[in-house]
Design a protein around this ligand. Structure first.
Ligand code: UGA
Length: 424
């Protein structure tokens, strides 16, 4: 059977995962990016982001994966164009749709193509596009990929959402067919509902995190252990155990942006989304609490040496967008502390965003002479450090703020560390 050729517009993280996975499923894929250097290096098989399994897929399917700077290459060969361009937040919190608009302009007046929108866009975007361009097909197909496990999430989806209105039904059928081999449940719906499913899913998960962070904070006051609480709550299958890990706040390119966007969208329509206002505020406060914990033990911070372990917003990625580490580095520098950071993958890529922090060569280098260590990202290698031996010997003050409840608290306390977790 001849497989449907695919066009992918925008080869960032979502676009590259989408392109590589469709190629793995046997499709010819034409993927277009406007940055020539990126297209050149991808054509040589070099993958510019850290995403487990992705370089292997790109190499394995090199014959079916074509990278180009020319939109014409896609228009000539593919009917379905998966739009994977950035929709970053503007100052007001609305999504910036200029890149999506640029793609629509490039399509001219084609009646033989459908935009398959993977980029996260405000509810109503699809309707607006179709009102202006009624010959163009439009399918909303939001992505639910997690950085660090994106290939697996694509290949084994919980669900696939396909939103289309009447006149694009045939295109939506073709999109559905692409995902059929993957086995996830297909949610066929209208465009606005599909757009809302994406924003509501991220907003709900963020709400779950802010909720457990508040339970953690109250547990600290009342003497409960949030890990026990989350375990007990999570076994109720109406609640579920996932996204109940308290920490130093959620980051990344999606949750902060999408929660803000949904709140803003509601506001623009005249509805004040109270819950999301609180979710955002709790997340900001959560970052600040780390500083208070350091001050509780060290007093004023001027001149104190603070080591931050982890810069990426979560493990298995080199993404630092909206990472808590950046906020902490800035606030600590503002308090007069000297900050050193170490991340196994990010390296010095984020140096300009770390408020003058020293980029250490290794975790041990970072903790050398430190008055406190703050664990920001739960990279496995941080659990494997020789905490009770070499780390303790190197630190000036054996104080650990474990921002992810990731380390062996008992072992650290037994070895004489002062240990501060989250909600314990
Ligand atoms: C998130 C969603 O999980 C994906 O389904 C969605 O497709 C994606 O956004 C997107 O919209 O593109 P991602 O941002 O890659 O994925 O990362 P998550 O694993 O969801 O983590 C987000 C943040 O929440 C991280 O900072 C993480 O440390 C934090 N988190 C997560 C917690 O603090 N506690 C938890 O229990 C889970």
């Amino acid at each position: 059977m001849e497989r449907e050729p695919i066009g992918v517009v925008g080869v960032g993280w979502v676009g590259l995962v989408t392109a590589a996975c469709f190629a793995e499923l046997g499709h010819e894929v034409w993927a277009r990016d406007i940055v020539p250097e990126k297209v050149e290096s991808l054509s040589r098989g070099e993958v510019p982001i850290h995403e487990p399994g992705l370089p292997e897929l790109v190499t394995k399917n090199a014959e079916r994966l074509h990278f180009t700077t020319e939109m014409g290459d896609l228009l000539e060969r593919a009917g379905l164009l998966f739009v994977c361009v950035d929709t970053p937040p503007t100052y007001s919190g609305d999504a910036d749709l200029s890149r999506v608009e640029a793609v629509i302009r490039e399509l001219g007046d084609s009646d033989e193509h459908a935009l398959v929108m993977k980029s996260t866009v405000p509810v109503g975007t699809g309707r607006g596009v179709q009102r202006r361009r009624d010959g163009l097909g439009y399918v909303s197909n939001p992505e639910f990929l997690k950085e660090g496990s994106a290939v697996d999430d694509f290949m084994r989806p919980d669900r696939v959402v396909v939103g289309a209105d009447e006149h694009s039904a045939a295109y939506a059928d073709r999109v559905e067919a692409l995902y059929e081999p993957l086995g996830g449940e297909i949610v066929r719906t209208d465009v606005a509902s599909a757009e809302m499913i994406k924003l509501a899913s991220n907003a709900f998960l963020a709400t779950k995190i802010s909720f457990i962070n508040e339970i953690a904070n109250v547990s600290e006051e009342l003497g409960a252990d949030v890990l026990e609480v989350a375990r007990g709550m999570g076994l109720d299958d109406r609640i579920g155990p996932r996204f109940l890990q308290p920490g130093v706040g959620f980051g990344g390119s999606c949750f902060p942006k999408d929660v803000q966007a949904l709140k803003q969208l509601a506001g623009n329509s005249g509805y004040h989304f109270q819950l999301l206002t609180a979710v955002i505020e709790v997340n900001e406060l959560q970052k600040r609490r780390t500083i208070s914990k350091l001050q509780k033990h060290l007093g004023p911070l001027p001149g104190k040496e603070i080591a931050l372990l982890g810069v990426a917003f979560k493990p298995n990625t080199d993404d630092v967008r909206e990472a808590t580490s950046l906020v902490l580095a800035g606030r600590l520098a503002g308090e007069g502390a000297n900050v050193r950071v170490y991340d196994p993958i990010v390296g010095d890529k984020a140096e300009h965003m770390l408020a003058g922090a020293h980029i250490a060569e290794s975790a041990l280098d970072a903790v050398d002479g430190a008055d406190a260590v703050v664990l920001v990202t739960e990279w496995p290698e941080f659990a494997e450090l020789d905490w009770t031996g070499e780390v303790k010997e190197r630190m000036r003050v054996p104080l650990v703020v474990d921002g992810r409840n990731f380390l062996d608290r008992e072992a650290l306390v037994d070895a004489g560390f002062t240990y501060e977790g989250i909600g314990r």
